[in-house]
Design a protein around this ligand. Structure first.
Ligand code: 6V0
Length: 325
C-alpha cells in the first residue's frame, strides 16, 4: 500500500471549488500587487494567473506557492491557457502596456483594445457567469471596450475607475487635516486620471461638510487653496512613474477592495466604473455585491461638478469614436 493510501481512507472525491475563485490576467506589477493583496488579506483562497509569458506566469505562481504556509490555504494555479481560469467569480484584467514617462493614459487606447480582443472571449468561454473587472489603462475606455466585446450587461463589467483616485484624495486630505484616511470621506468621480472630478461639495469628516466651513473650498477663488489636493491626486501616477517606473501597491489594494466587496456581497459603496450618458463609462459611487453593480448613488452635484463630469464624458466619447474594434 502506498503512503498516501496508508494515511487516508477516501470517503468521497475532493472538489477544488472554493466558490471565490479570482482570475488575474497579466502578472505584471499591477496584477501581482492585486494578487498579493487578495491573498494576504484573505479576499480569496483561489487564484488563477494568466499571462502571455509562460515563464513569467510560472515563476510568479511558484513564488506564491512557496509562500502558501504563510497564507490561508490558498490554491494558486497559472497558465498561458485560459482553461485555468474556469469557474471564476471575478476576472481581473491588468494585462497590456502601461504608460511610459511622458505618455498619458489615453495614448494606450488602441494597443490595449487589441489586447482585450484576445482576452475577453477566452475569459467568458471558461467563466460565462463571471464579473469582469478592468484595471488596464485607459481604464474608463477599456471598460467600455470590454462591455462591447463581452456582450454582458453593464452591471457585470466594472472598471477600477476612480477608486484609486479617491483613495489618494482621502490620503492627501488626511495629511492636511491630521485625521486618518478612513475617517476622511470624499469621492473623486469621472475619468480615472486627468479629467477626474473631486466632489468637494460632499467632502466631510463625521458628517461635517468642509464646504459648509469654507464655501469656496476646492474652487479657483479658495484663499486656502484646497484645490491643490486634487491637483496632487491627478499628478500622483505621473510622479510615482517618474520615480519608480510604474505604480503598483495602491492599485493592487484598490482592486482587492473591489474584489472583496463582490465576493462577500458587501453592498458597500465604491467609486466604480459605470456607463453613463453617451455610452461613456465613468466612475460614479456604486453599490457593489455578488451580482456586480446593484445601484448608483445619486450624488447631489453642484452645477460646476456636473459640468466637469459632462466634459469628462465628452472626452471619453471622442476617444471611443476612434477605436477600431
Ligand atoms: P506590466 O508590469 O508591463 O504587466 C503587464 C503584463 O501583461 C505583462 O506580464 C505582460 O506579459 C501581460 N500581457 C501583455 N499582453 C497580454 C495578453 N495579450 N494576454 C495576457 N497577458 C498579457 O504592466 P503593469 O502591471 O504596470 O500595468 C498593467 C496595466 O495596468 C497598464 O495598462 C497600466 O497602465 C494599468 N494601470 C492601471 C491603474 C488603474 O488605476 N486602473 C493603475 C496603474 C496601472
Amino acid at each position: 500500500m502506498e503512503t498516501l493510501s496508508k494515511l487516508l481512507q477516501p470517503i468521497q472525491k475532493k472538489t477544488d471549488d472554493t466558490g471565490n475563485k479570482v482570475t488575474v490576467v497579466g502578472v505584471g506589477q499591477v496584477g501581482m500587487a492585486a494578487v498579493f493583496a487578495m491573498l494576504t488579506q484573505g479576499v480569496t483562497s483561489n487564484i488563477a494567473l494568466v499571462d502571455v509569458s509562460a515563464e513569467k506566469v510560472k515563476g510568479e505562481m511558484l513564488d506564491l506557492q512557496h509562500g502558501s504556509a504563510f497564507m490561508r490555504n490558498a490554491k494558486i494555479s497559472a497558465s498561458t491557457d485560459y482553461a485555468v481560469s474556469a469557474g471564476s467569480k471575478i476576472c481581473i484584467v491588468t494585462a497590456g502596456v502601461r504608460q511610459r514617462e511622458g505618455e498619458t493614459r489615453l495614448d494606450l487606447v488602441q494597443r490595449n483594445t487589441d489586447v482585450l480582443k484576445m482576452i475577453i472571449p477566452q475569459l467568458l468561454k471558461h467563466s460565462p457567469d463571471t464579473i469582469l473587472m478592468i484595471a488596464s489603462n485607459p481604464v474608463d475606455i477599456l471598460t467600455f471596450v470590454t462591455w462591447k466585446l463581452s456582450g454582458l450587461p453593464k452591471q457585470r463589467v466594472i472598471g477600477s475607475g476612480t477608486n484609486l483616485d479617491s483613495a489618494r484624495f482621502r490620503y492627501l486630505l488626511s495629511e492636511r487635516l491630521g485625521i486618518a484616511p478612513t475617517s476622511c470621506h470624499g469621492y473623486i468621480i469621472g475619468e480615472h486620471g486627468d479629467t477626474s472630478v473631486p466632489v468637494w461639495s460632499g467632502v466631510n469628516i463625521a458628517g461635517v461638510r468642509l464646504s459648509d466651513l469654507n464655501k469656496d473650498i476646492g474652487s479657483a477663488c479658495d484663499t486656502e487653496n484646497w484645490k491643490v489636493v486634487h491637483e496632487k491626486v491627478v499628478q500622483s501616477a505621473y510622479e510615482v512613474i517618474k520615480l519608480k517606473g510604474y505604480t503598483s501597491w495602491a492599485i493592487g489594494l484598490s482592486l482587492a477592495q473591489l474584489a472583496r466587496a463582490i465576493l462577500t456581497n458587501a453592498h458597500s459603496v465604491h467609486p466604480g466604473e459605470h456607463g453613463i450618458e453617451d455610452e461613456a463609462f465613468l466612475s460614479l459611487p456604486c453599490v457593489l455585491g455578488t451580482c456586480g453593480v446593484y445601484d448608483i448613488v445619486r450624488q447631489p452635484l453642484t452645477d460646476n461638478e456636473l459640468q466637469q463630469l459632462r466634459k469628462s464624458a465628452k472626452v471619453m466619447a471622442q476617444v471611443q469614436a476612434g477605436i477600431k474594434f
